[in-house]
Design a protein around this ligand. Structure first.
Ligand code: FAD
Length: 452
């Protein structure tokens, strides 16, 4: 590999590394991207496996219409149309007593007004619950507009914040906890209030806010990984897979000059851009100038259960449903989402079931997870029968996202230069967003500013 000639050596081929690679090679930089795994996509990829129909994501990912940097990146590689953005704001819920509820807002309304109407129409909440939520949203939106949220928010958990603002337990259980857990990947007793404030601001309060949900109509790797690799190659860049960085080398004047690999190579570049997750970056042999408090950041897991049924459980227009009062939290109708792109042939249905903040469930055997998924589906959808399941697969991601507990925000370094010659990006850097795909892509743009 002619690594000596690289302008920028990018470590990691997830959303951040690929977005940086595409952006930089389009600007004329000679890029080399190093990825330790045989496939690209990092924590957002898909695979196929003999015996299972359709692409399997390493876990269902949700996008929002307000993921503007992500959409710009997808547009730049020609795949934005592989995202399906819902027409309006809407979320369906099913609870463990079999009752259904629906948060919907008419199209065309400003997001906050739409949210207010949506909450008012929820059937599972009392007037008092709705009043508590309305007051919370009003106060949170005012704070977001008037120069941002109070700094003490990061010392508080989501549940402490909601209690302080007078949200009722039912308002929490049936609306804000499920949204917070999905967005922050930690229960509201664990997640920092900062994360929820960031999500609400982006989706509802900021100029350009847009809470409409989007999903990939294809497997995640088909959404971006392959197309991004092609775009880097067509810009003259090189993607090296199955090669792991092991150490970062400092030159005599404190400038970072290169990276050693497990294969024994020493790769040099004018700029090294790490797009590794913090726990992966911390495994490298790092000079003192790169070590810091960020090494205390911790991951949070997600467990997914994919089920292939011999008949449909959900309607074609029910793409995702939030489950309330259950161990499993969201069920995605992959047959409808992937419709025509390898969902499931014949009369059956392919479902993907998500457990976020799955610290406990991570240790469970696949059979126990499948049993719990079937038990909860039967509670929420009384027609469901376990005998309908003809195939099942469990995917565990112990290092799914950053655990955004109180105090974590202050440990997130800003994307950009960490030491001369060394920059960082990745979802976990301090972008003003929770550690999500949008944060990863935005961090890449921020970290690449000023690199030619
Ligand atoms: C199951 C699951 C569900 C999720 N759901 C959502 C969701 O609904 N919405 C959302 O926005 N986000 C979601 N996320 C989070 C999202 O996937 C991440 O925020 C995003 O993919 C992070 O991208 P990244 O490029 O910052 O990091 P990564 O994807 O971690 O990329 C880093 C890359 O570096 C590579 N690497 C590591 N060490 C080395 C080394 N030593 N040398 C070379 N390469 C190395 C890794 O293999 C990896 O490919 C979810 C994550 C998971 C796992």
């Amino acid at each position: 590999m002619g690594s000596d000639s690289a302008d920028v050596l990018i470590l990691g081929g997830g959303f951040a590394g690929l977005a940086a690679g595409v952006g930089l090679s389009r600007r004329g930089a000679r890029v080399v991207l190093l990825e330790k795994k045989p496939h690209l996509g990092g924590r957002a990829f898909s695979f196929r496996e003999t015996g299972y129909e359709g692409p399997i994501d390493n876990g269902q990912h949700l996008f929002l219409a307000c993921y503007r940097e992500t959409r710009k990146f997808l547009r730049s590689i020609g795949t934005e149309d592989r995202l399906e953005i819902a027409d309006g704001m809407g979320l369906d819920f099913a609870d463990s007593s079999g009752a259904r509820d629906r948060l919907r807002s008419p199209t065309g309304l400003p997001p906050l007004a739409g949210l207010g109407l949506g909450v008012a129409a929820l059937s599972g909440l009392s007037l008092r619950d709705k009043w508590g939520l309305a007051r919370f949203f009003r106060r949170a939106s005012r704070a977001a507009r008037n120069g941002g949220f109070a700094p003490d928010l990061d010392a508080m958990t989501v549940s402490e914040w909601l209690l302080k603002e007078g949200v009722t337990p039912r308002g929490r259980d049936r609306l804000l906890d499920p949204i917070s857990l999905a967005a922050l990947n930690e229960k509201s007793e664990v997640a920092s209030a900062t994360g929820l404030a960031q999500v609400l601001a982006k989706a509802f309060f900021e100029p350009g806010a847009d809470p409409r949900i989007a999903v990939a109509r294809v497997g995640l790797s088909d959404l971006y990984a392959d197309a991004a690799e092609r775009a880097i190659a067509s810009g003259g860049g090189t993607v090296v897979r199955s090669e792991r960085a092991t150490a970062v080398e400092e030159g005599p004047e404190g400038r970072i000059v290169g990276v050693k690999t497990a294969g024994g190579a020493m790769l040099k570049a004018r700029t090294i851009l790490s797009c590794l997750a913090p726990w992966d970056l911390a495994k490298l042999d790092l000079p003192r100038s790169l070590r810091g408090a960020w090494r205390d950041l911790r991951p949070a897991p997600i467990v997914s259960v994919c089920l292939w049924l011999d008949r449909p459980l959900l309607r074609e227009d029910e793409k995702l449903i939030g489950l309330l009062g259950t161990e499993i939290q969201w069920v995605f109708n992959k047959s409808a989402i992937l419709s025509g792109n390898g969902g499931m042939r014949g009369a059956g249905q392919y479902l993907s079931i998500v457990i976020s903040g799955a610290h406990r469930e991570l240790a469970w055997q696949p059979k126990a997870l499948i049993d719990v998924a079937c038990r909860d589906l039967a509670r929420c959808f009384p027609a469901f029968r376990r005998e309908w399941v003809k195939n099942a697969k469990v995917v565990k991601e112990p290092f799914a996202t950053l655990s955004g507990a109180p105090g974590a925000e202050a440990l997130r370094p800003r994307p950009g230069e960490m030491a001369p010659g060394f920059r960082i990006a990745g979802d976990w850097t301090r972008t003003g967003l929770p550690a999500t795909i949008e944060s990863a892509v935005l961090s890449a743009a921020m970290a690449c500013a000023g690199i030619s």
